[in-house]
Design a protein around this ligand. Structure first.
Ligand code: OGA
Ligand code: NI
Length: 355
């Protein structure tokens, strides 16, 4: 059988490495990182809503528990975000992933530059979504890898240092994939379908990993770690550090912090699930903020359909509750690439798929 080649995604303009900039001069923040007044995070006013972000027990979903399925249904409608506990990924895998990733980012820049993101694609170490010389920049660097299917891997971007990093990326990603498959089974069920339907609709369940590195910033109230965006995935599964918050989601016009629960995973509905469900499940806008004292690392796994899949609302999701088909049919590969050619900008992209 012929092996399908790894697709290329999108170009991005090369920009300064933030970690290196902070190492050289911790107090200097160039103008291109400074946000306008209305986009700046209000660090002094944490929202009391954080404690209401739903927590879902994956071991209950796995046995088809109806109460937990209904929690998933409500969480995905009202928040678009939830945290997952009892997910079955071993604690030592989570910890080794964190330890070796930290060691990678602490390597000298010369070593990390061996994996620099090329100008025409998004694999490797660098910055994606930079599309113009005027665009404001995010206070972060990232390592981005395509993990599944395995023939999409570009192994030249997989760091050989530190020892064992490649191997832990592999086992972490396999663990996350099982969690994703269980969640997609549960989404099939709460959308009234047989359990394997949504997985099957992906043709191939593509999995990408982005490890985000947010250096400390001397003026965290004037910059953003990641600009507001929704994810173009079906779902995203994120591990974050236990001791520092940074992820915020938009909920009724407030920015609400998703505070870390040790060993839990943060899951969010992406644009694809919003489109398939005809807007019932929400791909919610989110961003990351930085802080003055602690470097933060997050590990985002994106689960997405194969490029060839046509995405549109499922027939039975156009129903008396949502009688109008909100999104037109789009080829997923085109949707993804046109989003990557734009800077991250809230929900502007999924809105383009609307009628
Ligand atoms: C992302 C993302 C948030 C975070 O990588 O898409 O939203 O907390 N990350 O790092
Ligand atoms: Ni995101």
């Amino acid at each position: 059988m012929e092996m399908e080649e790894a697709p290329t995604y999108a170009p991005s303009i090369a920009v300064l490495n933030v970690q290196e900039m902070v190492r050289r001069d911790p107090l200097h923040v160039p103008q291109r990182y400074i946000r306008s007044e209305e986009d700046r995070p209000k660090l002094s006013k944490p929202s009391h809503l954080s404690s209401q972000i739903p927590i879902i027990d994956l071991s209950l979903l796995a046995i088809g528990d109806n109460e937990e399925l209904s929690k998933l249904d409500l969480a995905s409608q009202s928040w678009g975000f939830f945290q997952v506990v009892n997910h079955g990924v071993a604690e030592d895998i989570l910890n080794s992933m964190k330890k070796l990733s930290t060691e990678f980012f602490e390597l000298p820049i010369k070593e990390k530059e061996k994996y620099s993101m090329p100008l025409n694609d998004i694999h490797g170490y660098g910055h994606a979504y930079v599309v113009s010389d005027e665009q404001l920049l995010d206070w972060s660097d990232a390592l981005m890898l395509l993990v599944h299917p395995t023939n999409y891997r570009k192994i030249q971007f997989w760091p050989v240092k530190p020892d064992g990093f490649k191997e832990i990326i592999e086992s972490y990603s396999n663990g996350i994939r099982k969690v994703a498959e269980q969640l997609l089974v549960s989404f099939s069920l709460i959308m009234g379908m047989k359990q394997d339907v949504i997985l099957g609709m992906h043709k191939k369940l593509v999995q990408a990993l982005r490890i985000n590195y947010y250096p400390t910033c001397s003026i965290p109230d004037q910059v953003l770690g990641i600009s507001p965006h929704s994810d173009t995935s079906t779902i995203t599964i994120l591990m974050q550090d236990d001791d520092v918050a940074g992820l915020q989601i938009r909920h009724n016009e407030n920015w609400v912090s998703v505070n870390p629960i040790p060993n839990a995973l943060v899951v969010n509905v992406g644009d694809v699930l919003e489109i398939w469900s005809n807007g019932k499940y929400k791909s919610v806008e989110h961003r990351a903020i930085t802080n003055e004292k602690i470097t933060r690392i997050s590990y985002a796994s994106f689960l997405l359909p194969h490029d060839d899949v046509d995405i549109e609302p499922l027939d039975h999701m156009i129903n008396p509750q949502r009688p109008i088909k909100i999104y037109k049919r789009v080829k997923y590969g085109e949707y993804l690439r046109s989003s990557m050619k734009r800077k991250m900008e809230g929900k502007a992209h999924v809105d383009m798929a609307k009628y």
